[in-house]
Design a protein around this ligand. Structure first.
Ligand code: PLP
Length: 443
């Protein structure tokens, strides 16, 4: 009997194994989005939903923006694909040059991937291969941080610090250690912007170095602002301190800017916001405003040059993806950069951040709210968990907000907000009015 005769036709939700989702719960009461424009999604049941999360922190320019749509349509008709190995196409070189021009020196090369997870695994591999190329082959340990999220590849979950993302996946996660996370609500709760206390958390790295010895450590990876574990803003001076310790010990510093890249903090990248330049930067998401999957790893001149040895006909880095620098992704990225530039979006969060912070912190005092944090156009509201039922209260808030026409995101009992950078003051007001309503009625 054919599958459609068995009832597994196009309207059946069963076949799709959804990522990071409660499949059974979703399929009983699906939330299907059928179109999007600018700041809004439209749902299959005919409602307009304000996007408070830029999709998954990716649609920084908003949805279905004309320049990007047109560029993708044109590209797919002109050059649908070009082999990525030993071949090229003009747009990938154009995009690379344009991107590295946006970054501070000495970062001047870029390697393309298709996602944040691939960017992370690529950066970790480059770090390992770099030390080997320099004759420091014992430098193989990778250091991550508790509560870090670096995607879902084996490299990313190894250095990542979220137990739920690690515990089911066996023992291929070796060769890593972790420093402490920086979240310290006892001293920093309800801080606006960067927390005052906690730069000394960076000294954990000294302890890890004392334990393993710098001669065995290749790299440290951190998110400048941790997003997926509930928006952890770095304490003042923390990232600078990490930089100093890495430099002193010949350890590469990797900033995972998959969410902070492309304007989220009101500067093009977090490196600009914090004035700290790492050796490698991982990005994805906002590079194409989420329209076509793409990621990028930025590297310093010194790292790139370390590989440019040996006979010229040899491959210098045995790494790459069939879709690295895909022509359609490049076209989308170029048009995205145009849109960011035309509309001043890479600095717009700086203009809105005070207004955003005022509206966000006005929720202090509502039921169950135990902390509020913000930076750029990022906000987090931490709720007191229901005893014995962690995550349930925040998830209920997510469902209620969706019913009221606003998309938020929750992780644990934390509501995380990261709207497209085109959001207006009126929409910010609407977002927080709705959230206040949701919080007041939450059990
Ligand atoms: N790194 C960080 C900091 C992220 O926030 C994410 C995704 O949210 C990733 C990596 C993984 O990106 P992707 O889902 O594109 O693989």
């Amino acid at each position: 009997m054919s599958k459609s005769a068995l009832g597994l036709g196009t309207n059946n939700l069963e076949a799709f194994w959804m990522p990071f989702s409660a499949n059974r719960q979703f399929k009983q009461n699906p939330r299907l989005l059928v179109s999007a424009k600018d700041m809004h999604f439209n749902s299959a049941d005919g409602r307009e939903i304000l996007d408070g999360t830029a999709g998954l922190w990716c649609c920084n320019a908003g949805h279905s923006r004309p320049k990007i749509v047109e560029a993708v349509q044109k590209q797919v008709a002109e050059l649908d694909y070009a082999p990525a190995f030993q071949m090229g196409h003009p747009k990938v070189f154009e995009l690379a040059a344009r991107l590295v021009a946006m970054l501070p020196s000495p970062i001047d090369h870029v390697f393309f991937t298709n996602s944040g997870s691939e960017s992370v695994d690529t950066a970790l591999k480059i770090a390992l291969a770099y030390h080997r190329a320099k004759g420091n082959g014992t430098k193989t340990k990778l250091i991550g941080r508790e509560r870090g999220y670096h995607g879902v590849g084996f490299g990313g979950i190894s250095v990542g610090g979220i137990s739920g993302n690690r515990k089911a996946f066996g023992n291929a996660l070796g060769g890593v250690d972790h420093i402490r996370h920086t979240h310290d609500p006892a001293r920093n709760a309800f801080t606006r912007g960067e927390p005052e206390y906690g730069a000394e958390f960076a000294d954990d790295l000294e302890k890890v170095i004392a334990l393993h010895d710098a001669s065995n450590i290749a790299a440290v990876i951190v998110e400048p602002v941790a997003g997926s574990t509930g928006v952890l803003i770095p304490p003042k001076g923390y990232l600078k301190r990490l930089r100093e310790i890495c430099t002193k010990n010949d350890i590469l510093l990797i900033f995972d800017e998959v969410i902070t890249g492309f304007g989220r903090l009101g500067t093009p990248f977090a490196v600009d916001y914090f004035g700290v330049v790492p050796d490698l930067i991982t990005t994805a998401k906002g590079i194409t405003s989420g329209v076509i999957p793409m990621g990028a790893v930025f590297a310093t001149k010194q790292i790139y040059e370390a590989f440019m040895n040996g006979p010229e006909n040899t491959i210098e880095l045995f790494h790459g993806y069939t879709y690295s620098g895909h022509p359609i992704a490049c076209a989308a990225a170029l048009a995205t950069l145009d849109t960011y530039e035309d509309e001043g979006l890479l600095t717009r969060a700086a203009e809105l951040s005070d207004y955003w912070a005022d509206a966000l912190h006005a929720l202090k005092g509502l039921p169950h709210v135990i902390d509020i944090r913000n930076l750029g156009l990022i906000g987090a509201i931490e709720l007191e968990p229901i005893p014995g039922a962690p995550t349930k209260r925040a998830f209920q808030a997510f469902l209620d907000a969706y019913e009221k026409g606003v998309l938020i995101r929750t992780t644990g009992d934390i509501i995380a907000l990261s709207p497209p950078l085109i959001i207006t003051k009126g929409q910010i007001e609407h977002l927080f009015d709705t959230l206040a309503d949701v919080l007041k009625n939450l059990a």
